[in-house]
Design a protein around this ligand. Structure first.
Ligand code: NAD
Ligand code: MG
Length: 361
């Protein structure tokens, strides 16, 4: 078991990571003096798998818990769902001395976190992430929100949880494609921040793919630690936090072009990281060996490494729509070798991107 702290002054909180620790959730909640009355926000899929364990753990620790279900899927990360959730919270008497617990993936975490941020002007919130993506990324850092019909994540708030409780054993029931997609973000942390971690991942693909408990606790723990370190320096994305977007520039464009839902987010990030490493190579920030190591590690983790082949003009248009190009200049996170990175302004994306797409799509 691993215990980390996200150090944000009076908004600091623990991240507890272990394998098979879901039954200890109530103990973790007690340790942070979480309110006694807890609304467990989840969906049908996750409730069926883990609802009973969570309820039992809460009851044993003296909490009063009730499950509030929302639909399963990105389309339910909406203002409509939020409104339904508020109906349930109000009619069931949740007041300022209650708390909200998010049990599920990033969709549930973002939605429940935003509900907690604005319900009665804010009530305590805890994260119990059950997908790899949510365990290593979305549950840490305090970004909460919902989608608007005109765009993703347009409505939201920075709102930190009181606790993040991560049981890596819950990943065993995840569809393999979801698990692999989450590994892309794990690799990302190694590339941008930690060469030793990257080298360890290169040595342990089999243990990770077999969901070896020790390997998972380590991979999730180091990922959370890196994200926490970055968030502590730049909570509201004024600067450094942007490096977490490594691989997300062309990756996000590919996600847009393929149509949301076609590629898993992590798959698009994997492809985008290889393309970014190729640009870093062209600019002399990294070498061919670095790019190849990233590519080989992603492949070993069952991730795609070539962008879908849409016209370069379509990619450039998607980058512009995504606000990644401003006044003709593309802002992009590029790796310096392995374990370090920088944000670069690319003055002529129309010259830089097409040759990369030629080779890496
Ligand atoms: P998700 O929440 O949709 O979960 C994926 C699927 O797995 C769902 O069908 C879910 O019901 C199911 N599931 C969850 N846990 C399971 C388990 N243990 N076993 C079996 N099935 C399980 O998707 P996600 O990838 O976790 O999250 C994506 C969302 O996260 C997006 O909305 C994205 O915008 C958001 N996100 C937020 C941040 C942030 O900083 N807040 C960062 C990255 C992503
Ligand atoms: Mg991401």
């Amino acid at each position: 078991m691993k215990n980390l702290t996200v150090g944000l002054g009076e908004r600091s909180y623990p991240i507890v990571i272990g394998s098979g620790i879901l039954p200890d959730l109530g103990v973790s909640l007690r340790a942070v003096a979480f309110p006694r009355k807890v609304a467990i926000v989840t969906n049908e899929t996750v409730a069926d798998l883990y609802g009973a364990t969570v309820l039992d753990s809460l009851h044993r620790a003296g909490f009063q818990g009730a499950v509030l279900k929302v639909g399963d899927g990105e389309e339910f990360k909406s203002l409509d769902t939020l409104n339904n959730l508020f109906d349930a919270l109000i009619t069931q008497g949740y007041d300022r001395s209650s708390g909200i617990l998010a049990l599920g993936g990033g969709v549930i975490g973002d939605l429940a976190g935003f509900a907690a941020a604005i319900y009665l002007r804010g009530i305590p919130f805890a994260q119990v992430p059950t997908t790899l993506l949510s365990q290593v990324d979305s549950s840490v850092g305090g970004k909460t929100g919902v989608n608007h019909r005109l765009g993703k994540n347009l409505i939201g708030a920075f709102y930190q949880p009181r606790l993040v409780h991560i049981d890596v054993a819950t990943l065993a029931t995840l569809p393999p494609r979801e698990f692999h997609a989450g590994l892309a973000e794990v690799v990302k942390y190694g590339v941008i921040r930690d060469a030793d971690f990257f080298a360890w991942l290169e040595n342990e693909p089999a243990a990770l793919l077999a969901m070896d408990a020790e390997a998972l606790v380590r991979a999730v723990g180091i990922s959370c630690q890196i994200k926490a370190d970055i968030v502590e320096i730049d909570e509201k994305e004024g600067g450094l936090r942007a490096i977490l977007n490594f691989g997300h520039t062309l990756g996000h464009a590919a996600e847009l072009l393929a149509g949301y839902g076609t590629l898993r987010h992590g798959e698009a990030v994997a492809m985008g990281m290889v393309a970014a490493a190729a640009i870093a190579e062209d600019l002399g920030l990294a070498n061919a060996r670095d790019r190849l190591r990233i590519e080989e590690l992603l492949q070993a983790l069952h991730l795609p490494v070539r962008l879908p082949s849409f016209a370069p003009a379509a990619y450039l248009e998607a980058l512009a729509r995504d606000k990644k190009v401003k006044e003709g200049v593309l802002q992009m996170v590029l790796n310096r070798g392995i374990g370090d990175c920088e944000v670069r302004a690319i003055a002529h994306p129309d010259r830089v991107i097409p040759p990369i797409l030629e080779k890496y799509s």
